[in-house]
Design a protein around this ligand. Structure first.
Ligand SMILES: Cc1ncc(COP(=O)(O)O)c(C=O)c1O
Length: 382
């Protein structure tokens, strides 16, 4: 099986070398200059992917990826970098940081880039959790990072969301005490898709940061119309903002994320790494820079996601499934009134979803894929 796969890849690589036009098509570069139809074409697996996966492609609606990405410009930038991946490129991270500094209107020493925001979070937590104590987070929220922190000996203080599935910022503030080493805010929140009110969040950050480090994870902020907290973070030594290229920029597999913080705070956090900004692959850094310049792709993705999300919400409503309004590329809904075995339906139709986050109400999450994928999802659960 493994040999068959390698053989397919070898054949494909050979034909890629001998047919550049075909190769360009397979990379999806021929669709530069987008629109909803062409954006959807970018989501289609081409060439050897189709050969490997066959006709019954699994539908991945589990990890909140951008189904249309990487952008055509990012694909081109990655392809161009493959041939120089044998070399360290000491400057490329610097160039990426310069680009990010301009985009976020901050200084270069306010930024650190890493292999995904997962690495960024790990690094911040190594810094924040170096002394024993506790940390505060909501439930449910994005929390894979929290298990290692508990293993490091810190107590996890969990604050339930409000009834409308929003972060309960006053309760989180109350949970902070003299032993709290940091508080984590995911805005918008994964898995619920809810966003904090900007003024309320600012008030929270002002108060909480007097007592502890505040980490604001903005993985999905580009799916909202809400401004980022980056300008506040460079003024406030106790506020760190975490960002990723994995979501609207469509580079989840390229593994690239970054943080923005006050230069003093950044200095302390960066001192825990042996090679700052060194874990970002040359190919990924090139992709990130190209995708920042592809504003058309980002805006097309945003609008297409809104359209397909609305379709999915309408369909779920018709199925009597209660859904939380979402400011992201995923939906959180209750299976309380759903009569069938939801997860079996997904499995039978080769669709990957998630799991039950909250037993009370049986709440689960689904990523917004392409319109075709969401039609298949609705057909599967109908
Ligand atoms: C809120 C949030 N933060 C961080 C991440 C990690 O993203 P990555 O490591 O791909 O940048 C995710 C991934 O789903 C997420 O949902």
């Amino acid at each position: 099986m493994r040999h068959d796969l390698i053989r397919i890849l070898e054949i494909q690589l050979y034909s890629m070398q001998t047919n550049r036009r075909n190769w360009i098509k397979q990379l999806g570069l021929a669709t530069a200059g987008l629109g909803a139809g062409k954006l959807t074409a970018l989501a289609e697996p081409t060439g050897f992917l189709r050969e490997i996966q066959g006709a019954g492609l699994p539908i991945k609606l589990s990890s909140n990826e951008n189904p249309y990405g990487p952008s055509p410009l990012a694909r081109r930038a990655m392809a161009e970098r493959i041939n120089v991946s044998n070399r360290y490129d000491w400057d490329i991270a610097t160039r990426l940081i310069e680009t990010l500094a301009v985009k976020n209107n901050v200084r270069k020493d306010n930024i650190l880039v890493a292999a995904g925001s997962t690495e960024v979070l790990d690094l911040i937590l190594r810094y924040a959790a170096s002394q024993q104590g506790n940390f505060v987070l909501a439930y449910p929220t994005y929390s894979y990072w929290s298990d290692p922190v508990v293993r490091m000996g810190l107590e996890r203080k969990v604050v339930p969301l409000t009834k409308d599935k929003k972060m309960d910022l006053p309760a989180m503030l109350k949970a902070i005490n003299g032993e709290t080493k940091f508080v984590y805010v995911c805005n918008p929140n994964n898995p619920t898709g809810t966003v904090c009110d900007k003024d309320e969040l600012l008030r929270f950050v002002n108060e909480a940061s007097k007592q502890t480090l505040v980490i604001v994870d903005e993985a999905y902020i580009d799916y909202t119309t809400q401004p980022s907290l980056v300008s506040e973070s460079v003024q406030n030594k106790n506020l760190v903002v975490v960002k990723t290229f994995s979501k609207i920029y469509g580079l989840a597999g390229a593994r690239i994320g970054y943080m923005i913080a006050h230069s003093r705070t950044m200095e302390k956090i960066a001192s825990l790494q042996s090679w700052n900004n060194g874990s970002v692959a040359v190919v990924s850094a090139a992709a990130a820079m190209a995708s920042l310049s592809d504003t058309k792709f980002v805006s097309d993705t945003y609008h297409q996601n809104e359209k397909v999300k609305q379709y999915t919400m309408d369909q779920l409503k018709q199925l009597n499934i209660e859904c939380i309004p979402s400011s992201t590329n995923f939906l959180y809904f209750s299976l309380d009134k759903y009569k069938y075995d939801f997860f079996k339906r997904l499995k039978d139709n080769q669709i990957s979803g998630t799991y039950i986050y909250e037993d009370e109400g049986s709440w689960t999450r689904i990523t917004i894929g392409t319109l075709t994928e969401m039609k298949q999802f609705i057909a599967a659960i109908r």
